[in-house]
Design a protein around this ligand. Structure first.
Ligand code: MSP
Length: 513
């Protein structure tokens, strides 16, 4: 049975500073990658930068830089963001790398071979900011300017020679595929959007440009550069050493298990990409998951109000786990969600400091004081103890199922409730009252609660990797033991070893902070 799992983020335009939207796509994908690793899968997690096209060329010109130098500089900002966000990506692809050129060339050649490419003239609307072609009925007037009704970005009229991809020829096959593979596009609302768009009829797609040069040249006609989306989407297989389809990476990881993307780039991933792959005779990814937007309503987030949420600033001030946790908690994955500083602080205080943080801190300091700082052994677990630990273990299949459906919010909710339960168990069991009269009972309670802290920490590890690692290492559990298998196993502790020291896990945020 194959235990491989391939997950990707969108590759980001290095046209400006990374913002919360980029951080969000990446954090979400990282959480799934981490979970699959602790579930025992051999995971490949890919992210990177999308460096060609008119938008980047214009941005480079504006900055009076050679586009390659411009990309080198900004791509490294995105690369360092992977560290700041504590991403566990296995690779970082840049579309200016030679491995990617090779792969895009092969895709182009395959599309030529399948008879899907022809030369014509494109005349229509183009948005440089979205790098997208729009139909007349997708355009509206705003303040005397033409904009895309879908994205709100301004469009310009383009007339140039262009190679076209016979997208229309794939319409029926796409519809049939969506029908047969009900969870190819998730959430369902996005799937319906795509299906009704395709049902309305697909037009052939312009896949080369001649009015600028920053891109991968069309192999047989260097006056054209390949449309940046055909170029960019191919990154997902370039990283697997395509065109070498016999390569171990390609064989193990293609088709991808899930492409995590934002809903704004759904059309490219759920229509164009599958059609290109059909034509290239390659298998389709198993799932496209389109998350919603983090809202930054001008009124809610403005410089004058001082509440713009910059991921790097938040991380510097409060910590990376705090941001990761907050984004998962606050924004229902798949829907749009508003975030605010006020809610971030409340979340850090209530969920992290008061709940999980407090649980660990109070239990560990009790053990330090009363048990020579060693994890006590259990004697005669009572029903209440067995129930506490049993609940979480028997929930493991449902938890895995939630992750497989990308239902991250329900997953987190369940773990948070286990943490509440554990705090309640500690209060209700009153281990301090047994110290003199029944030390064995006290030990059993402590063992039980530590067992539960271990389980909660492993399950929270994909979301808040740093703090859970600290907690587990306090219990002398090394990283190679962070696994779902060890949630199911009892007593993986060394009872002779002292606990490490645990500093404050999550600092409470005061109101003026
Ligand atoms: N380069 C393309 C993707 C090519 S993938 C083959 C691109 N890049 S992007 O930098 O503009 O955006 C990347 C991701 O950030 C998208 O998934 C987009 O949805 C996400 N976000 C950008 N702003 C966002 C929010 N405000 N909220 C959530 N995510 C949004 O598109």
């Amino acid at each position: 049975m194959s235990k491989n799992f391939y997950i990707t983020t969108p590759i980001y335009y290095p046209s400006g500073k990374p913002h919360m939207g980029h951080a969000y796509s990446s954090i979400i994908a990282d959480i799934f990658a981490r979970f699959k690793r602790i579930e025992g899968y051999n995971v490949l997690f890919l992210t990177g930068t999308d460096e060609h096209g008119q938008k980047i060329q214009k941005e480079a010109e504006k900055n009076k830089k050679d586009p390659q130098i411009f990309c080198d500089e900004l791509s490294s900002t995105f690369k360092s963001l992977t560290k700041t966000l504590n991403l566990s990506n296995d690779d970082f692809i840049r579309t200016t790398e030679s491995r990617h050129f090779k792969s895009v060339n092969e895709i182009w050649n395959r599309l030529v071979k399948s008879g899907d490419i022809y030369l014509d003239k494109y005349s229509g609307w183009y948005s440089v900011s979205d790098e997208a072609f729009y139909d007349d009925d997708e355009i509206e007037d705003k303040d005397g300017k033409k904009i895309s009704r879908l994205s709100g970005s301004s469009v310009e009229w383009v007339e140039e020679n262009s190679y076209f991809f016979k997208l229309s020829a794939w319409q029926d096959k796409l519809l049939e595929y969506y029908k047969k593979n009900k969870d190819f596009i998730l959430p369902l609302s996005r799937r319906n959007e795509v299906v009704s768009f395709v049902e309305k009829g697909l037009k052939d797609l312009s896949i080369s440009r001649t009015s600028f040069s920053w891109g991968i040249p069309v192999p047989t006609n260097n006056d054209h550069v390949i449309y940046v989306w055909l170029d960019a989407l191919t990154n997902y297989i370039s990283a697997l050493n395509f065109p070498d389809t016999n390569d171990r990476k390609f064989r193990n990881f293609w088709p991808a298990d899930v492409h995590i993307i934002g809903k704004d780039i759904l059309r490219f991933h759920a229509i164009y990409w599958p059609a290109f792959l059909f034509a290239a005779e390659l298998p389709l990814p198993k799932r496209i998951f389109g998350h919603g937007w983090i809202l930054s309503d001008e009124k809610k987030m403005s410089k004058s109000l001082g509440n713009i949420l910059d991921p790097i600033q938040i991380i510097t001030k409060y910590g990376v786990d705090q941001l990761r946790y907050y984004l998962v908690k606050e924004v229902s994955l798949g829907n749009d969600g508003s975030i605010s500083m006020e809610n971030l602080k409340n979340c850090i205080n209530n969920d992290l400091a008061n709940n999980y943080g407090n649980l660990c801190q109070r239990v560990f300091s009790f053990v330090k004081k009363n048990c020579n700082n060693k994890i006590p052994k259990a004697n005669n677990l009572k029903e209440v103890d067995l129930k506490l630990i049993g609940n979480i273990k028997s929930s493991v299949p449902s938890l895995i199922n939630l992750i497989n459906k990308q239902d991250l919010n329900s997953y987190l909710k369940m773990i948070v409730s286990f943490s509440f339960e554990a705090n309640k168990y500690f209060n209700d069991s009153e281990p301090w009252t047994y110290k003199m009269r029944d030390p064995e009972r006290m030990n059993t309670i402590l063992y039980t609660i530590i067992e539960q802290i271990k389980n909660i920490s492993i399950l929270l590890n994909p979301i808040i990797p740093n703090s859970t690692q600290t907690v587990l290492e306090t219990l002398n559990i090394s990283q190679d033991k962070f696994s779902i298998e060890n949630v199911l196993k009892d007593n993986i502790f060394n009872h002779n070893q002292e606990l490490k020291n645990l500093d404050i896990l999550f600092k409470k945020i005061e109101n003026d902070n």
